[in-house]
Design a protein around this ligand. Sequence first.
Ligand SMILES: [Ca+2]
Length: 485
Amino acid sequence: MQRRTAIKTLAGFPAILSAQNRRPNVLFIMTDDQRWDAMSCAGNKILKTPNMDRLAEGGIRFAHAFASNPLCSPSRGTILTGLYSHAHGVTTNGGRSHYLRGDVQGYPAIQQRAGYYTAMVGKWHIASMPTGFDHWCILPGQGAYHDPQMVSPSGRLHFRGYVDDIIADQALVTLETRPRNRPFSIICNFKAPHRDWRPAQRFEKVYDNISIPEPPTFHTSLADRPDPIRNTDMQVGDMPDFFQRGVDRNLPPAERKKLNFQLFLKNYYRTILGVDENLGRILDYLDRNGLAENTIVVYTGDNGFFLGEYGMFDKRLMYEPSIRIPMLIRYPAGFKGGRVDNEHMALNNDVAHTFMDFCGLSLPPLARSHGMSWRPILEGKAKWREDWLYENFEYPGPHCAPKARGIRTPEWKLIHYIQQPEAWEMFHLPSDPEEHKNLAGSGAHREQLEKLRRRLDQLRTETADDRSEDHTPTEPCENRMGRPA
Ligand SMILES: [Ca+2]
């Protein structure tokens, strides 16, 4: 009955307006450093995220979703453009490689030209200023957890309160004040759960009375890894973040590592509780205003995170905890929800492709080999990718994570540490999911190694990699642990 009424109402409008109204709205929501299983719908036993679960129940959760470049700004560039970082230009979190190339554009600009109302609120974290948006209000750089400043075209704004409450407020105001005669595409990027993990006051005591189990590899040494991995500095025991928050500098190292882990995990999860609550406010708005049915909602994180595996925190590396991300998509008017996709490897590269497909628009031709629309998967039919390319180019930098490239298939992973002297790691994931056994030097697996190497090279050619990172000399890395902020 409701649908009939809507058609009757639209019949009196110009044809172009009714066509626009049939186009889906797009709401993209992203967190910063939330890894794939930091939500209860992905099996987390400690963290309860009813609103992420609500999205998963109404949509599809990709259990095998990855960031092709597990670092904040490169991943953000990929989300916007549908391109690998070697093509969009944002290869580091700062400096000269923190800008989008002048000849690439984000998907919102394409939607805007096609009549969409476009907006961006929250964490942006790319040196190029936002373009292609009717409205934007962003955190400067990383932004502050409490009493943050934000930047908009009209200047700097000062807020009182908790950052992700304020970002959700901005999303709600944007929704409420949007022009009603245009479909919308809104990006809402939260700050949590980024280091240094400052929760909203109302969540500060949650988990006070529990002890979070350490992962099985918490005490596993990296001594037998290639040099580029042994030279990283991302051990939970060494993190300086909690000296002001209850950890005595003079504790024996083993005790400090254990205490750091508890404080890190609890605060990481507490900040995600704030995201979940604010996600709920936004989903409630869609429900209350009859927008849920025709709005594509994607919820994800920009990269994964080590939560104590191999004693580590942070991301960047190609190991599984770092590359796997949460990925939920809901679009009731477009496909049936309520299932988990265990079959297809989804990428951050795919988000822009998927939005364009559902909106009846196209990314520039360059993007075609870089990502794929999920629409065929969501509609139950797909010939899908067999592999994808991993990239990390920020070195020297925080944590001294090496420059590397790699290829991931459903079964295999090959990592190439590209600075001299080069090093390789290869893992067979079904038999070795925790990536203990490097098969790169194994005579029995030489053929497999060569096959992956050839395909890695082919992927680079297919995606127009100009190979400018191939011959960079090895430099000393001085920015070891990174700053807590
Ligand atoms: Ca991040």
